[in-house]
Design a protein around this ligand. Structure first.
Ligand SMILES: Cc1cc2nc3c(=O)[nH]c(=O)nc-3n(C[C@H](O)[C@H](O)[C@H](O)COP(=O)(O)OP(=O)(O)OC[C@H]3O[C@@H](n4cnc5c(N)ncnc54)[C@H](O)[C@@H]3O)c2cc1C
Length: 434
């Protein structure tokens, strides 16, 4: 019997440790250092955060998304999902466990496509959690369609010269290096004409023009920047992978990242349901608790009924990755990406409603759940684009048939049955015919 939802006891013990550690030690950082997750650690924060990271390392849980060759644990995707759904409960947990976006995805493509020199230069700091990175792809004229990208990289002797503007480059203001997608061959389709480059922060010509913050975010947050690449010169070996491999690399990066977001979203949604249920049992109005009102019960039941299939879909996608590889899980990863946004929006909205006016204030983390869902409907590509891609992928598995009479048309099915069972078909109760 190959289908199995059980967790081995040794790993369950680790999950139990993570759950308690995150609740008791990490969640308080939300109020201690709000919005400071991606700021380089100053002495005050380092005094608190470094010992927490050490405890994670002692437990053998640091960088759970990576293989052992990169200092991670080689847990695989299913175990990572079980860990990430706990870490998703609070914004500081991924930092304390060395598994925060966008650095995880950036580390993965560096590990997969980087040269030994590039790994020496960038990967070690990233994996130790000492530096942050930025993935700079979206352009002001549009992010959902790479065919509109105009940022160019042109070879000039032993250097590449990069020119263009990128929008919504997360963490650009704190990043030690940038991974930039630029067109190297405009004469071929973008999936063969784009390349990725590694650029250290502070390189002449790399200018952060502005940094925008999501509504409701804390002013300390690193934000999302409009970055100008003004004839930025980098050596020939600053290219990540081969010229023309940019699209392949970004697809590689985004697939894992999308699933990591979905894993963490389970924890975000579960926390909102926990809050909703506690509030429903505690708040009395018009003669009974909210938990006794059928409409509020429906909120809780609907939320759970959305969370459970979402969680199973994420775990199934993770299982497919572990057993058959990421390529085999493309459709499921797209579904996770679509559902993560949907589930957070609807559960977040209900949790706010159950908390009344307070739910909408900064006193509770619920508006963040709702807006997080909205953000996930855009980050790493809008939901609509993922639906289009998912539909195309699914349609590849089907053949066109007779445009007038589909194969499921009764006459066709009778013909098929006759071919198989001959005269028996004549005993079918008469079907009215004209
Ligand atoms: C929180 C957050 C963090 C981000 N971080 C980064 C980052 O670090 N680096 C980076 O490069 N980018 C980042 N982005 C940008 C993100 O990748 C883009 O927002 C996304 O790709 C959409 O691009 P756009 O915003 O330019 O919207 P547009 O491309 O203008 O699309 C706008 C809308 O058009 C509709 N649409 C688009 N395509 C289709 C379609 N095929 N069918 C139907 N409707 C469609 C959708 O409703 C879509 O939302 C981030 C975004 C968010 C919200």
């Amino acid at each position: 019997m190959a289908w199995d939802f059980s967790t081995e006891p040794e790993f369950q013990a680790k999950l139990d440790w993570i759950r308690q550690f995150v609740r008791d030690e990490v969640e308080p950082l939300e109020v201690l250092f709000p919005g400071c997750e991606y700021l380089p650690l100053d002495d005050e924060r380092r005094r608190i955060v470094d010992p927490l990271k050490d405890r994670v390392r002692e437990q053998g849980l640091w960088a759970p998304h990576l293989g052992p060759e990169l200092g991670g644990q080689g847990f695989g995707a299913v175990k990572l999902a079980l860990i990430n759904e706990i870490l998703g409960r609070t914004s500081w947990a991924p930092i304390v466990f060395g598994t925060q976006a966008p650095d995880t995805g950036n580390a993965e493509i560096l590990a997969r496509f980087g040269t030994a020199d590039q790994k020496d230069k960038y990967l070690a700091g990233l994996l130790s959690g000492e530096i942050f990175s930025c993935f700079s792809m979206t352009e002001p004229q549009g992010g959902a369609d790479p065919r509109v990208f105009t940022t160019r990289a042109v070879k000039d002797g032993e250097e590449w010269v990069i020119t263009g503007r990128k929008y919504f480059s997360s963490n650009a203001s704190v990043a030690s290096f940038f991974i930039v997608v630029a067109i190297t061959d405009p004469d071929v389709p973008v999936h063969r004409g784009a390349s990725t480059f590694l650029i250290p922060a502070g390189t002449p010509g790399l200018v952060i023009e502005a940094t925008h913050h999501l509504v409701g975010s804390h002013p300390h947050e690193a934000g999302h920047s409009l970055v100008r690449y003004d004839d930025v010169r980098v050596p020939a070996d600053a290219i990540l992978g081969e010229p023309g491999q940019g699209f392949l690399i970004l697809q590689n990066r985004l697939a894992g990242g999308r699933l990591h977001h979905a894993m963490r979203s389970i924890g975000v949604a579960q926390r909102a349901i926990d809050m909703m249920a506690r509030r429903a049992k505690s708040r009395f109005t018009q003669g009974s608790s909210l938990a006794d009102k059928q409409l509020v019960q429906q909120f809780i039941a609907d939320s759970y009924a959305e969370l459970i299939p979402f969680r199973l879909t994420v775990l199934h996608a993770a299982w497919l990755i572990d057993t058959a590889g990421e390529h085999a899980a493309r459709a499921e990863i797209a579904v996770c990406k679509i559902l993560a946004s949907q589930v957070l929006k609807s559960i977040g909205l209900r949790a706010i409603q159950v908390h009344g006016a307070m739910g909408l204030t900064e006193q509770l983390p619920l508006a963040g759940v709702l807006l997080g869902g909205v953000a996930l409907g855009l980050a790493d590509g809008p939901t609509e684009a993922h639906k289009v891609n998912l539909a195309r992928l699914l349609l590849k598995g089907y053949e066109a048939e007779d445009p007038e009479w589909p194969s499921e048309f009764l006459d066709n099915r009778i013909e098929a049955a006759r071919a198989k069972y001959g005269d028996l078909v004549e005993h079918i109760p008469a079907v009215p015919r004209t």
